[in-house]
Design a protein around this ligand. Structure first.
Ligand code: FES
Ligand code: FES
Length: 155
């Protein structure tokens, strides 16, 4: 049996340990904020946090979640996550929206690990998240905006 914490709740799973985490979260728990894009770890639409680190849940087997702490967009509520979501709204980052759950997950993980990333840090952290609408400039600006907000809260 596989058991782990999902968005603060304990969950257990007794099926195929090789099934992708994304399938379980979307199809069995009906949490559809994490998107299916490529299905092979190349686009970032399915990004979740596993013990605070961004992972591609389409390519993460259920077995990898055992004993771990998993967070999806529905459970994101850290200080960095709030700052990111407010910056996303303020700068009107979203276009079609399909990639944005994954973008927010990766951006939040970045700020949780590095509160003042430079452009290079941002490009490195976000390089696995593809946006077909090319919102990259607004994403980068919004991460800086959220970083400034966090810095003001500390000072
Ligand atoms: S759907 Fe997981 S990386 Fe594209
Ligand atoms: S906003 Fe459309 S794919 Fe990114």
């Amino acid at each position: 049996m596989i058991s782990f914490e999902l968005n603060g709740d304990k969950v257990t799973y007794e099926g195929d340990p090789n099934m992708p985490l994304l399938w379980y979260v979307r199809d069995e728990l009906n949490l559809t904020g994490s998107k299916f894009g490529c299905g092979v770890g190349m686009c970032g639409a399915c990004t979740m946090h596993l013990n605070g680190q961004p992972v591609r849940s389409c390519s993460t087997p259920m077995a990898a979640a055992n004993g771990a702490r998993v967070t999806t967009i529905e459970g994101l509520n850290s200080e960095a996550a709030v700052a990111i979501q407010q910056a996303w709204q303020k700068l009107d980052v979203v276009q079609c929206g399909y990639c944005q759950s994954g973008q927010v997950m990766s951006a939040t993980a970045l700020l949780e690990n590095n509160k003042q990333p430079n452009d290079q840090d941002i490009d490195m952290a976000m390089q696995g998240n593809i946006c077909r609408c090319a919102t990259y400039h607004r994403i980068r600006a919004a991460i800086h905006e959220a970083s400034d907000t966090l810095a003001k809260e500390v000072s």
